[in-house]
Design a protein around this ligand. Structure first.
Ligand SMILES: [Zn+2]
Length: 248
């Protein structure tokens, strides 16, 4: 073997080694961070509300006279389908899906909801077209292109439900919180809950952790909110007490 071939093989070996270390670190961090998460089990959580658990993530359903409004769409389509079966809810009855953001653990079940309109923040398009990326070379993707784009402070009415959109960028470029009928606040991944208190988002999963932290302040002073519903850290039914001691 001549010297040039040896050098090339050495270089390739080194490159593989570095890639293996990066991938290994990513997998280790991913499983250790998701392992700490505390989603609620699948079940009814209020008169018109249901949680669906998909490993370390929750999606939610709100019952309306026209059908169901989904907040996010889960991480595994088969799990979402079977968990909905347990609740006797037919995915065809879902009339709207409101995405808090487009990370893969929030969008996998979208093809199940064939009759639903799909909503997300206008800023989230940057995560799909590659203008913003969490991992270099990797874009978020969703299975449909006919989404309806929402802006900060926009109000929507779906059936009898009034939805107020609050743009809370940072975790992704277009992370959106949804305040439903004033009292329920769906926060996606912008914060965590620990012992009934508000905590930071998980830095490892954020596009811009400092911006996420700043965004949290947009939802800590909402007069009529009673319940906080997160995507990975469960639910707090005592909003005032939960946000009371929040400091950036
Ligand atoms: Zn998530």
């Amino acid at each position: 073997m001549n010297k040039t071939v040896k050098k090339i093989l050495k270089g390739v070996g080194l490159l593989f080694g570095v890639v293996a270390i990066i991938v290994g670190y990513f997998l280790y961090k991913f499983s250790s961070e998701t392992g700490k998460m505390t989603p609620v089990p699948t079940g009814q959580i209020s008169e018109h509300g249901y949680a669906i658990k998909d490993e370390f993530a929750n999606m939610y359903l709100i019952k309306d006279s026209l059908g169901y409004i989904a907040i996010d769409a889960g991480k595994d389509i088969k799990v979402i389908e079977s968990e909905m079966q347990k609740l006797n809810i037919n995915p065809d009855e879902v009339i709207a899906v409101l995405l808090t953001h487009s990370d893969m653990d929030h969008v996998a079940g979208i093809p199940l909801f064939k009759n639903a309109k799909l909503y997300m923040a206008r800023n989230e398009v940057k995560m799909l077209n590659g203008e913003k990326q969490k991992i270099p070379g990797y874009n978020n993707s969703i299975s449909r292109a006919d989404y309806i784009l929402l802006d900060d402070q926009q109000n929507l009415e779906i059936g009898k439900h009034k939805i107020h959109c609050i743009l809370t960028e940072g975790h992704t470029s277009g992370s959106m919180c949804y305040q439903v009928n004033e009292k329920n606040l769906f926060t996606g991944d912008i914060l965590s809950l620990h012992d009934g208190k508000l905590g930071h988002s998980v830095k490892f999963f954020d596009l811009d952790h400092d911006m996420t932290t700043k965004s949290i302040s947009k939802i800590t002073n909402l007069p009529n909110v009673e319940v906080i519903l997160t995507s990975h850290w469960g639910i707090s039914k005592d909003y005032k007490n939960t946000v009371k001691d929040w400091k950036e």
